[in-house]
Design a protein around this ligand. Structure first.
Ligand code: UDX
Ligand code: ADP
Length: 474
């Protein structure tokens, strides 16, 4: 049995109660009953939701973890200053979106929220703190944050990088059984002590040999590299899906054959309409920006291609719909099944569905959207932003439906953009009966039984599969 030094009385605070902060801190509270964990946020609505039965994010298993600890050693609050003052360790898990304006726009991370949080910490902290970067940040952030903290603060701060590797939809199992925990810090005595304190928190449930201590730059860079490599695999198989369609090969068969090479492995080789999520594109663009600023244009170009390929894949999917429907979708009803960027989450950030829908709107199609978890207001926010239209204008083209069957009624085509399990269970005979003929299915996730659909009468397109002879490709 590994012995963990007692952390009785240790107080942890997390600034930012989002997809990263909420689940991660809840797991720490569950695994470390003697540690007090307080999650704070500037959004009172978010905190109220965390304190209610209707949590602000959908994540399988999360509700159980939160209810097991809430009110005991897990607290949600808007009193940021008090939480900072009390804490020994302060995690910062605020949002770091890609910059929209200014230097590095479209590439670099916007660190406004991070800096505001750091300045708040500097202003109110009276006793030494360990400050932990949890949000995805560009490398050298720890250095910048350290400068802000030490410049404006009145106590000692040890800044650590502790990137989060959880994937949405599987966050709880990922946190419960992580492949590794990465902690980067300064290699002086104080930095080492801070890293050991944080490592002891994780050692409550993570084997020591999976807790990696590195210098701070390695830790920050590893997160960007891990996500870039994962995204690169998806873009690689998506690029091959185009070759499969041209050659008659089947992308799932190719992925299986290739993935059985133990040097390559089977994961992240599922061809799709394109990857989404808050991390992949942002992290690659961060890496690209970093390489450009280091004067490494070849490296920047190499990774940028992963994003270009993803854009190409989304456009290719829309192209298949348009060509399949005899080169026009104007006025035609398309049922778009799934709006989240993957199944088992209500998160839509960078979801391929947004771009698919935007393009269909540009072609003046009538899009009927159904997603089991995405909030209606989120869809309107995403589409008004993506289409640069106001809500009333978007509503001329888009309707939101309470279920898949309603979305498909009278539709010329059904397009699957998210791999929700329930889409596999639909009664396709009934769906077929209600759709306009000929009825098309565009399976952007390769989750449906294409042979059965064809037997029913559908014309089916699936990513990277031999083309249906009835599908127009002109
Ligand atoms: C990712 C990383 O996996 C995680 O380690 C990091 O902490 C955050 O970013 P996440 O974005 O939540 O997690 O989901 P992930 O499962 O990685 O999927 C990302 C996107 O790639 C989704 O749109 C998914 O549908 C797509 N994808 C994934 C594929 O299209 N094919 C695959 O084989 C795998
Ligand atoms: P992530 O996926 O990185 O967790 P989210 O957007 O889900 O990102 O969550 C980030 C959270 O951080 C939001 O709830 C936001 O209100 C909160 N936040 C942003 N800036 C601050 C700040 N300065 N102080 C406290 N909370 C903040």
């Amino acid at each position: 049995m590994v012995s963990i030094p007692s952390q009785d009385g240790l107080k942890i605070c997390c600034i930012g109660a989002g997809y990263v902060g909420g689940p991660t801190m809840s797991m720490i509270a569950l695994k470390c009953p003697e540690v007090q964990v307080k999650i704070v946020d500037i959004s009172a609505a978010r905190i109220d939701a965390w304190n209610s039965d209707n949590l602000p994010i959908y994540e399988p298993g999360l509700h159980k973890v939160v209810t097991a600890c809430r009110g005991k050693n897990l607290f949600f609050s808007t009193d940021i200053d008090e939480a900072i003052q009390e804490a020994d360790i302060i995690f910062v898990a605020v949002n770091t979106p890609t910059k929209k304006v200014g230097i590095g726009a479209g590439r670099a991370s916007d660190l406004t929220y991070w800096e505001l949080a750091a300045r708040r910490i500097a202003q109110v902290a009276e006793t030494p703190k360990i400050v932990v970067e949890k949000s995805t940040v560009p490398i050298k952030t720890a250095e910048a944050i350290s400068a802000v903290l030490h410049g404006a603060g009145k106590t000692r701060f040890d800044v650590l990088s502790n990137p989060e590797f959880l994937a949405e939809g599987t966050a709880i199992t990922d946190l419960d059984n992580p492949d590794r925990v990465l902690i980067g810090g300064q290699l002086d005595e104080s930095g080492q002590k801070a890293m050991d304190t944080l490592a002891d928190v994780y050692a409550h449930w993570v084997p020591r040999d999976r807790i990696l201590l590195t210098n701070v730059w390695s830790s920050e860079l590893s997160k960007l590299v891990a996500n870039s490599f994962l995204a690169q695999r998806v873009s690689s198989i998506n690029a091959i899906s185009a070759v499969c369609e041209a050659s008659g090969a089947d992308v799932d068969e190719v992925a299986r054959a290739v993935g059985m090479d133990t040097r390559i492995g089977p994961k992240f080789l599922k061809a799709s309409v394109g990857f989404g999520g808050s991390c992949f594109q942002k992290d690659i663009l961060n890496l690209v920006y970093l390489c450009e600023s280091f004067g490494l244009p070849e490296v920047a170009h190499y990774f940028h291609q992963v994003v270009h390929m993803n854009d190409y894949q989304k456009e290719r999917f829309v192209g298949r719909i348009i060509h399949g429907l005899y080169n026009t979708v104007t006025g035609k009803k398309i049922a778009l099944l799934g709006f989240a960027f993957k199944k088992d989450t209500g998160d839509t950030r960078e979801s391929a569905s947004i771009d698919v829908c935007r393009r269909l709107i540009e072609e003046k199609a009538q899009v009927a959207i159904y997603d089991p978890k995405v909030e209606e207001e989120q869809v309107w926010m995403d589409l008004t932003y993506a289409c640069k239209m106001d809500k009333t204008e978007v509503q001329k083209y888009v309707t939101l439906c309470p279920d898949a069957l309603t979305a498909c009624k009278d539709a010329h085509a059904m397009a699957v953009a998210t791999e929700w399990d329930e889409f596999k269970e639909l009664d396709f005979h009934q769906v077929y009966d209600t759709m306009t003929k000929p009825s098309f299915v565009f399976d952007g996730r390769n989750i449906l039984d294409h042979a059965t659909l064809r037997e029913i009468g559908f014309v089916v397109y699936a990513i990277g599969k031999p083309l249906d002879p009835k599908l127009s490709t002109a």
